[in-house]
Ligand binder design. Structure first.
Ligand SMILES: NC(=O)c1ccc[n+]([C@@H]2O[C@H](COP(=O)([O-])OP(=O)(O)OC[C@H]3O[C@@H](n4cnc5c(N)ncnc54)[C@H](O)[C@@H]3O)[C@@H](O)[C@H]2O)c1
Length: 251
């Protein structure tokens, strides 16, 4: 059990990468708090964990609302007594040329992908500091590392998450709280379906054209990296970038 006695909060845990990570965390012994803006999928993810004999709690949560974060931290402490791991996973994806992005779209995406991560760190890291231990994993992307057409907005948000991770890691290193970012390439979730629609390329084509390993990543590929970062196996890593991209950024 690689996460025995640990309590983990996963935002956007109702589908995709978040759900797969929640199931894996529970299998490895963690008590999991799944938050999501989607009540139905979030509750279903909790049921799936419980059916497999794990412990989990769903909290309805919009990551860019500060009051919702207060509710998440209170419910977590009330139910499980502490918090050891925060996976700031919730995010949205928009591909659009810079000249076509509406200001409203810009503000909405930034409020979820950037403000959501800020509020998560603001409300949860002090709880971890009290116990002199904790691990925060922030979902960035290869779009936070390299440029590509149509990615000014999404890339800005993921670039911000990359550097916020390093800044928070420096603030909290002396109290034993680690903060790392993950940088997936295209992973086979609704986001890859969306990219396929927008670009007019099948997911097979995207995999072959963009990734040296020749295919898209799976949610399992990402969940395994997040598990490592959540566990004590990564005890000497903080402020670091973990790339899961089939070799794309090595070109
Ligand atoms: N799939 C990819 O190709 C890929 C690549 C790089 C990075 N990422 C990042 O990984 C993370 C997860 O992506 P995914 O592919 O699993 O996406 P997904 O769309 O399958 O899941 C995202 C989840 O976040 C929830 N969510 C959306 N807005 C929210 C809000 N305001 N508050 C709370 N929850 C909210 C959704 O309901 C959904 O359950 C995102 O941050 C994404 O940017 C994904």
């Amino acid at each position: 059990m690689r996460l025995e006695n640990k309590v983990a909060i996963i935002t956007g845990g109702g589908t995709g990468i978040g759900k797969e990570t929640a199931l894996l965390f529970a299998k490895e012994g963690a008590k999991v708090v799944i938050t999501d803006i989607n009540q139905e999928s979030g509750s279903q993810a909790v049921k799936d964990i419980q059916t497999n004999g794990g412990e989990a709690l769903f909290v309805h949560h919009d990551v860019n609302k500060e009051d919702d974060w207060k509710k998440v931290s209170e419910e977590t402490i009330k139910t499980f007594g502490k918090v050891d791991v925060l996976f700031n996973n919730a995010g949205i994806y928009i591909i659009k040329p810079v000249a076509e992005i509406e200001l409203e779209e810009w503000n909405r995406l930034m409020s979820i992908n950037v403000t959501g991560v800020f509020l998560g760190m603001k409300h949860i890291m002090p709880l971890m500091a009290k116990q002199n231990k904790g691990s925060v994993i922030n979902a960035s992307s290869i779009a936070g590392l390299i440029g590509s057409p149509g990615h000014v907005l999404y890339g800005a948000s993921k670039g911000a998450v990359r550097i916020m991770t390093k800044d928070a890691a420096m603030e909290y290193a002396s109290v034993g709280v680690r903060v790392n970012s993950i940088h997936p390439g295209y992973i086979d979730t609704g986001m890859a379906d969306y990219a396929s629609q927008v670009t007019g390329n099948s997911k097979e084509q995207l995999g072959k054209n963009l990734f040296p390993l020749g295919h898209l990543g799976s949610v399992k590929d990402v969940a395994n990296t997040v598990l490592f970062l959540a566990s004590d196996e990564s005890a000497y890593s903080t402020g670091a970038e973990f790339v899961i991209d089939g070799g794309a950024t090595a070109r």
